[in-house]
Design a protein around this ligand. Structure first.
Ligand SMILES: [Zn+2]
Length: 124
């Protein structure tokens, strides 16, 4: 459930934008929507737009689900790791290191969520 800290994040997701937090003190980027930097505990964090690009860091296939789906850690271009699902391709096509890009779809509860799909070839 969205909280005060995450409301901005979910508002952006509903708007099909992926936000990250950038720390104003140490400059590091983190994904977890929270008000304090997890690296230096600074409160000087700001929302920034993610590029939506990344690569598959690790994944597992939920093969007993119908249809099977892929749970993956995607390493975002900005650096943070994000636990997500890979969509838009057969689970057997997913590879570690595969370039992916964000896409948005509704989950079973009708909430818009960020997922990742294989990056289109030639896309910047
Ligand atoms: Zn920091």
């Amino acid at each position: 459930m969205p909280t005060f800290e995450t409301q901005t994040y979910w508002d952006a997701v509903n708007d099909k934008r992926l936000l990250l937090k950038t720390c104003g003190d140490c400059g590091r980027v983190h994904y977890t929507p929270r008000s304090h930097c997890p690296f230096c505990f600074s409160a000087a964090t700001e929302w920034t737009n993610a590029s939506g690009r990344g690569e598959v860091y690790s994944y597992s296939i939920a093969s007993r689900a119908e249809p099977p789906y892929v749970v993956a850690y995607v390493k975002l271009a900005e650096g943070p790791m994000m636990l997500t699902n890979i969509v838009g391709c057969p689970p057997s096509d997913v590879r570690i290191g595969q370039p992916v890009q964000v896409t948005f779809a509704q989950d079973a509860e009708g909430r818009t969520r960020p997922y990742f799909q294989p990056a289109k070839k030639g896309a910047a």
